[in-house]
Design a protein around this ligand. Structure first.
Ligand code: ZN
Length: 108
């Protein structure tokens, strides 16, 4: 799981898990593991939305309760934070899910 979070092959630890942002490489060029057989499907977006939602909604409520800013401040803060956190966390969760699938022998 930790190798997947670091975007590395779960079998050998080489930095070969993704070809692009979140596109899984078909085969690890270091050890030959067929990475394309691991299908994370909807799990990474689910975990990303779950975590980002809790962070952003909690922060928005805390800021509103303590500072009562104008609505434009909320719009300026939470939209970019939501997008940035989602883009940052999605590959981490996808790598972690693939790492768990590899460890448990889940394919296809
Ligand atoms: Zn490998």
């Amino acid at each position: 799981m930790m190798r997947g979070i670091r975007r590395c092959c779960p079998n050998c630890g080489a930095h070969t898990l993704f070809e692009g942002y979140t596109k899984v490489a078909p085969v690890c060029t270091n050890c030959g593991l067929e990475l394309g057989k691991f299908r994370a499907d909807d799990a990474p977006p689910y975990f990303t939305i779950f975590v980002v939602g809790h962070i952003v909604v909690g922060a928005a409520l805390a800021v509103e309760q303590n500072f009562h800013p104008d609505l434009w401040v909320h719009a300026a803060l939470w939209g970019p934070l939501t997008i940035g956190l989602s883009l940052a966390l999605l590959p981490l969760f996808k790598g972690a899910v693939i790492g768990v699938q590899w460890a448990m022998g889940i394919r296809g």
